[in-house]
Design a protein around this ligand. Structure first.
Ligand SMILES: Cc1cc2nc3c(=O)[nH]c(=O)nc-3n(C[C@H](O)[C@H](O)[C@H](O)COP(=O)(O)OP(=O)(O)OC[C@H]3O[C@@H](n4cnc5c(N)ncnc54)[C@H](O)[C@@H]3O)c2cc1C
Length: 428
């Protein structure tokens, strides 16, 4: 059976430290690490004790509570919102935020949480990322003190669910051309009237607070608005579910249709204008995705290895004996190890305030691309059984296509990097 990587590693590290009565770092000054296919470049040695303990909590929850539910959720396209409440109880939501009942952990620790969740399913990770990085992160970074006090504690517990509405039916990679608009409300003083349409919005059908980006009519500038579902008059807000997806089926996705929603002035972010607002939220979420997709790839590697060792073809040999199968595992394991180290490096820089957005574009793009390519190749090792969802590999492949597409499609991140490298922008 599959064993959680981090939990095992934490136990090994702690046991070894106790035996030798020295710190983890000191112990490794003299003893070379044995190669561990689950952590090939010894990344676990870089994490603090706190980060390892947080990873252990997240891994235990995800493997024991989430994994048993994922097949049914994916088959029936049903997202259980209790999952966010359970995560909230463990302090996993908005985990890097300081205060407001949030855990205030490091960016590396939050990456480890994300990796643990996506080891189970990218859809579950998407639901969490939207709540934590996009909705809570946006409020924390750009909200007023009153907005933070009103929303963040409930969101940290998973009692108030958030979503993030940027993409529109006619404007995905180019959100600057959005058509959603906020104008002074014709009858309600102190209110804006919000109209427009957003699509492919994770959590929108079940969100209590919708962070919507729209152009303020008076200035033409993009602003962030907190739309509270229960305060919307009938007929002004609809959030239909987009069903029959072939990826991220364990998450819930929908539209946001706004028809003159009255939104009080105090629900607009006060200072942030233009695309800097949504892009800053997206940066945090993209950083998390870079960790998360490696979790999915690591799960694919573990399952493929186990299958290849058990499955026998030609003279009773396990297919793991064959060079072509071994190369697939070697390629995937190498990309996973490199991906984690790159995400780790950007995480440490992020906490020092030194991470450039292009760094995040690079790790989001590279880790998503490599996770998708490798998982798709590993799928071949399962032969016909790959078609059965009981083997989980096909679910990861279809999920990882979406992760490569949303929050900046891979080629768009190539253009961001190309602009940074050449000084010439190639978007249009
Ligand atoms: C399951 C799911 C959940 C999502 N959740 C959210 C969410 O919570 N909130 C939210 O706001 N959005 C969300 N999205 C939307 C997602 O971010 C967009 O789908 C993504 O940004 C791409 O936009 P698009 O689909 O309109 O593709 P398009 O912009 O139409 O792009 C189509 C293709 O054209 C390419 N392309 C576009 N412009 C250029 C160019 N200048 N040069 C070269 N190639 C180009 C792209 O790279 C891509 O390959 C979600 C999407 C999905 C599928």
């Amino acid at each position: 059976m599959f064993k959680p990587v981090c939990r095992q590693t934490v136990r090994q590290l702690r046991a070894a430290s106790r035996c030798q009565n020295v710190g983890v770092t000191k112990r490794y000054m003299h003893a070379p690490l044995a190669f561990d296919w689950k952590d090939p470049l010894g990344a676990s040695n870089l994490y603090t004790e706190d980060e390892l303990a947080i990873a252990e909590t997240a891994e235990s929850y995800c493997q024991e509570r989430m994994l048993p539910r994922v097949l049914e959720a994916f088959r029936n396209e049903e997202y259980d919102r209790k999952i966010l409440e359970e995560m909230g109880e463990l302090g996993l939501l908005g985990a890097t935020i300081k205060g407001y009942d949030c855990a205030g952990v490091s960016s590396v620790a939050s990456g480890l949480i994300t990796r643990a969740v996506e080891r189970v399913d990218s859809g579950y990770r998407s639901g969490m990322s939207v709540q934590s990085s996009l909705a809570m992160g946006g409020i924390e970074e750009f909200g007023t003190e009153e907005q933070k006090e009103r929303f963040l504690p409930g969101m940290a517990k998973g009692k108030i669910l958030g979503c993030f509405g940027l993409t529109e039916p006619n404007h995905g990679s180019d959100p600057g051309s959005m058509e959603s608009v906020a104008k002074p409300h014709p009858t309600k003083k102190g209110y804006y009237s919000l109209s427009g349409s957003k699509t492919w919005i994770t959590n929108s059908p079940i969100a209590d607070v919708l962070l919507v980006w729209a152009k303020l009519q008076q200035t033409g500038k993009i602003r962030g608005f907190l739309v509270e579902r229960e305060k919307c008059p009938p007929g002004t807000l609809e959030t239909p579910k987009l069903g029959n997806k072939n990826g991220l089926r364990a998450s819930i996705t929908g539209m946001i249709q706004m028809d003159d929603i009255p939104v009080p002035h105090e629900n607009m972010f006060p200072d942030i204008e233009g695309l800097r607002g949504p892009f800053s939220c997206l940066n945090s979420a993209r950083y998390g995705i870079a960790w998360g997709v490696i979790g999915a790839l690591e799960d694919a590697i573990a399952r493929t290895r186990e299958y290849a060792l058990e499955r026998k073809q030609f003279k009773g040999n396990p297919i793991a004996k064959y060079q072509l199968v071994q190369k697939k595992l070697a390629d995937a394991t190498t990309d996973a190890a490199y991906g984690i180290l790159a995400a780790y490096q950007v995480g440490r820089l992020k906490d020092e305030g030194k991470a450039a957005p292009e760094m995040i574009s690079m790790i989001k793009r590279q880790n998503c691309d490599r996770a998708l390519v490798n998982t798709r190749t590993l799928q071949e090792v399962f032969g016909g059984n790959a078609v059965s969802d009981e083997y989980h590999i096909g679910r990861h492949v279809s999920n990882l296509f979406v992760t490569q597409t949303y929050e900046g499609q891979s080629d768009i991140h190539a253009l961001i990097l190309g602009r940074a490298i050449t000084g010439i922008q190639a978007f249009c």
